[in-house]
Design a protein around this ligand. Structure first.
Ligand code: SF4
Length: 404
């Protein structure tokens, strides 16, 4: 692991899940891949309970998180919980490595393969323990017929581990290798990008939040020029500038004020809208926001946050968004809330899901949540898009993204 691997937020790292039966050698394989002792290795079946996440720099791909998971063939009540936890890891995985023991591919592995393929996650098979067995012709034929890259490795003797790394890198989808941009495709070198960053109670102490830092980095990478102001300094900064900004990017919470002060011929959007595009499916989020106009008295709205945090007096999810929605629609709405990794299974009862910016989730996990909603006929949008909608500025704020 390099400093870079640990410093990159987990949501920006490629997620690799190592799955397989208990004692197929998953933990030893991670140790071999990372060159470190990161997981509990034991000859006893089922040593790994919850998924263990290990940051690692997989060159030339870049920072990854490798998840060591519980055996998918675990038994008993505790086993069921472990399997559930492992399946949750699958939803956020960009690549799955199925580790197979000397027993070869059985019904269990084939069912697992079918499940991973149903989720459309790239898969590599590592036939482990090549020091004591070799791949059967039958298993080789199966992999070839299913077009699944495979390799025989010995985690114990560190054999063919580089070959496995190559296969993993090969199957990583291009859109992940390319790192989708937040805003970098919306301006040119030399442009001025004006960032509006309120520093209120909800701002983290002493630092900027991830989307703001990422946009700043993209501006620097493209040799454009970034100016950051609080909303109170926006008007005076606009008056001082000799060159019009190519883009104004604002925090959603002050979007109405920014909309009024930024001349209409200057493109304007929000960090949340950019993040929604980067993390998931902005078209779906935009279309989900249209549901706000159809809400009826008694409709249930789920406000979903991907991590738990201390609730502030004017909390954006718990207080501000519900108030803005009630005011905009004039309806009696019922709000329910979820936080962290749990996304409710009974989604159908909601008329609309409003998701947070998902800075702690990777793209695959957010896409999974979007697909779950859409698949069950439930509209989904996110904080930024919903706020712009309720403030009457969504059409302007979405325009720079050219999605319609
Ligand atoms: S994951 Fe969601 S709730 Fe957590 S900090 Fe990011 S935007 Fe906020």
């Amino acid at each position: 692991m390099t400093d870079n691997a640990a410093a990159t937020p987990r949501a920006l790292r490629t997620a690799i899940a190592i799955i397989g039966r208990r004692n197929a050698g998953k933990s030893s394989l991670i140790n071999a891949l990372t060159g470190q002792e990161v997981a509990i290795v034991s000859a006893e079946r089922g040593t790994t309970t919850d998924a263990v996440a290990k940051p690692y720099e997989l060159l030339p791909l870049g920072p990854v998180t490798i998840f060591d998971t519980a055996g998918l063939d675990d038994e008993g009540d505790l086993g069921e919980q472990r399997i559930k936890a492992t399946k949750k890891v699958l939803f956020r995985s960009d690549v799955v490595v199925l580790t197979v023991s000397e027993e070869g591919l059985g019904d269990f592995e084939k069912e697992t393969i079918a499940e991973v393929q149903k989720l459309n996650i790239p898969l590599v098979i590592a036939f482990n323990k090549s020091d004591v067995c070799s791949i059967s012709l039958k298993d080789e034929d199966f992999c070839k017929a299913k077009n699944i890259p495979f390799v025989a490795v010995s985690a114990k003797n560190n054999e063919q581990i580089d070959e496995l790394k190559k296969l993993i890198i090969d199957v990583v989808p291009e859109d992940i290798k390319k790192e989708p941009l937040l805003a970098g495709d919306l301006f040119e070198a030399g442009d001025i990008i004006l960032l509006v960053v309120p520093i209120d109670l909800s701002a983290p102490k002493g630092r900027l939040i991830l989307p703001q830092v990422q946009v700043l980095r993209e501006v620097l990478d493209r040799r454009a020029k970034a100016i950051a102001v609080k909303e109170s300094e926006l008007s005076s900064m606009l008056a001082e500038l000799k060159q019009k900004p190519a883009l104004v990017i604002t925090d959603s919470q002050v979007v109405m004020k920014v909309d009024k002060e930024v001349p209409i011929d200057v493109p304007m959007t929000t960090f949340s809208i950019l993040f929604a595009r980067n993390k998931g499916d902005i078209k779906e989020m935009y279309s989900g926001a249209k549901k706000i106009d159809q809400l009826q008295d008694g409709d249930k709205i789920l406000i979903a946050e991907a991590c738990a945090h201390h609730v502030l007096e004017d909390d954006i999810g718990k207080v501000k968004i519900p108030n803005w929605l009630k005011k905009y629609t004039g309806k009696e709405l019922i709000f329910e809330f979820c936080q962290g990794g749990d996304f409710p299974e009974d989604l159908e009862k909601y008329a609309l899901v409003i998701h947070c910016g998902a800075c702690m989730l990777n793209r695959r996990e957010m896409m999974h949540r979007i697909k779950e909603c859409v698949g069950r006929g439930v509209s989904i949008t996110n904080y930024g898009v919903a706020i712009s909608k309720t403030q009457g500025v969504l059409e302007r704020a979405i325009k720079p993204l050219k999605i319609s």
